[in-house]
Write a protein that binds this ligand. Structure first.
Ligand code: COS
Length: 385
């Protein structure tokens, strides 16, 4: 059985423990028969299923309330433990609308969030470009003012839910200043003239992913989120919140890998004794359990700090993401090893986890970007002291 003692940590209120247990019970039943053969359809079905059951409510805040980061993390951790695609579908409803929740006007929030949090609309976060992944300040897609409109020209790529989303949060250069100062954020509905999906990308853990092209695509000036020139800070503010949820998804994958490994080493025998009787195997299990708890501590510290009113958790969330995604990769690798040949066989859960975890060390800020963020904070603290 998966360890749940962490729910008693002081980071949580009673409601969090109840929520996590209820979601776990729901997911164990509702997600077990999900058909993933058609990714697009599976994602649409998952969004609808979770929306109908009320599990997407924490992904946004139509009334402008703060997002509860602990609930977001518990959701991703729990869903990832059951089904990587369900975690993905949940995560994108949050990341795709994060800027609307945090920076939108009441009208912008009222238009989209009641739809995305009930699973009636799918959302996406369009930041990355062919020539700027980590270097967001170098984004080149332009939004040029024309009367009461902006005209979009350029490309975005690696956009999760690209092709199936109903609404995109898009970052574009409005030219208010150089680099990071010249970006703005917009809400862009799918299907506008001049907006096309030019490529669908295939990856090792399949999910909807696309390159988008905007050619003289016209949007009203009222589609802007926050103020002109604030796009970089909006993107970073959204990533501050959601990077800790990526760490939580990695934690969910790692917990599942440990569960699978424990089952394996207690049921598989070598020289008439369970694998677990070998001290070297016990050493691996101990390392896995330790990495999991250490990750959870960093994640829920970050989430609790934000929920307690901190304006920024850049350092905490970077530490949580860096450590948890890297450690989850190691935990899952150990689980694969303990499964022997079965560990690399299609249809065996740890093989799926091995593919699921890899992208988490890259997207929403690669591991080395997190190191840059942590080091900059350390030097700033040093100079300030
Ligand atoms: N919240 C609010 N403001 C922030 C912020 C945050 N988390 N991080 C930075 N800013 C502000 C800075 O304070 C600075 O403001 P001032 O100009 O007023 O001082 C401004 O934004 C520019 O910041 P900085 O100089 O640090 O920008 P850089 O171009 O050096 O960017 C990194 C730094 C690399 C850390 C940033 O580009 C990044 O996080 N990249 C990864 C992006 C990513 O996650 N991509 C994946 C896309 S989603 S799958």
């Amino acid at each position: 059985m998966t360890d749940k003692t962490f729910l008693n940590w002081p980071f949580f209120e009673e409601r969090h423990g109840m929520y996590a247990r209820e979601l776990d019970a729901w997911a164990a039943d509702a997600l077990k028969a999900m058909d993933h053969s058609d990714n697009d359809q599976a994602c649409r079905d998952l969004v609808r299923l979770m929306g109908d059951a009320g599990w997407l409510m924490p992904t946004s805040a139509p009334d402008g309330a703060l997002l509860d980061v602990r609930t977001l993390c518990l959701s991703r951790e729990t869903l990832a433990r059951h089904d990587g695609l369900a975690d993905f579908a949940f995560a994108m409803q949050g990341l795709g609308t994060g800027a609307i929740s945090l920076f939108g006007t009441p009208a912008q929030r009222g238009e989209w969030l009641p739809l995305t949090q009930t699973g009636k609309a799918i959302s996406a976060f369009a930041l990355t470009e062919p020539q700027s992944g980590s270097d967001v300040a170098n984004s080149t897609l332009t939004a040029t003012r024309d009367g009461n409109d902006y005209i979009l020209n350029g490309e975005k790529t690696w956009i999760s839910n690209g092709g199936i989303a109903d609404v995109y949060t898009l970052f574009a250069r409005t030219g208010d200043g150089p680099g990071a100062q010249g970006l703005s954020a917009f809400v862009v509905p799918a299907g506008l003239p001049g907006f096309e999906v030019v490529e669908r990308l295939q990856v090792i853990a399949p999910h909807p992913l696309a390159t988008l092209r905007f050619s003289d695509c016209r949007i009203p000036a009222s589609a802007m989120l926050g103020e002109s020139g604030q796009g970089f800070k909006i993107a970073m503010g959204v990533l501050d919140v959601f990077r800790s949820t990526v760490a939580a998804a990695a934690l969910g994958f790692a917990r599942r890998a440990l569960d699978e490994a424990l089952h394996r080493v207690t049921t598989r025998h070598v020289q008439s004794a369970p694998l677990f009787d070998l001290q070297m195997v016990q050493g691996h299990i101990a390392d896995m359990a330790l990495d999991i708890d250490a990750s959870a501590l960093l994640i829920y510290r970050a989430a609790w700090t934000k929920d307690s009113g901190a304006p920024r958790i850049t350092r905490e969330t970077a530490m949580a993401k860096l450590f948890s995604t890297d450690q989850a990769q190691k935990v899952i690798d150990k689980a694969v090893q303990l499964h022997g040949g079965d560990g690399v066989r299609h249809g065996v859960k740890v093989e799926e986890l091995y593919r699921d975890i890899r992208a988490l060390r890259i997207y929403e800020g690669a591991s080395d970007v997190q190191r840059v963020v942590i080091a900059r904070q350390a030097i700033a603290d040093h100079h300030g002291s």
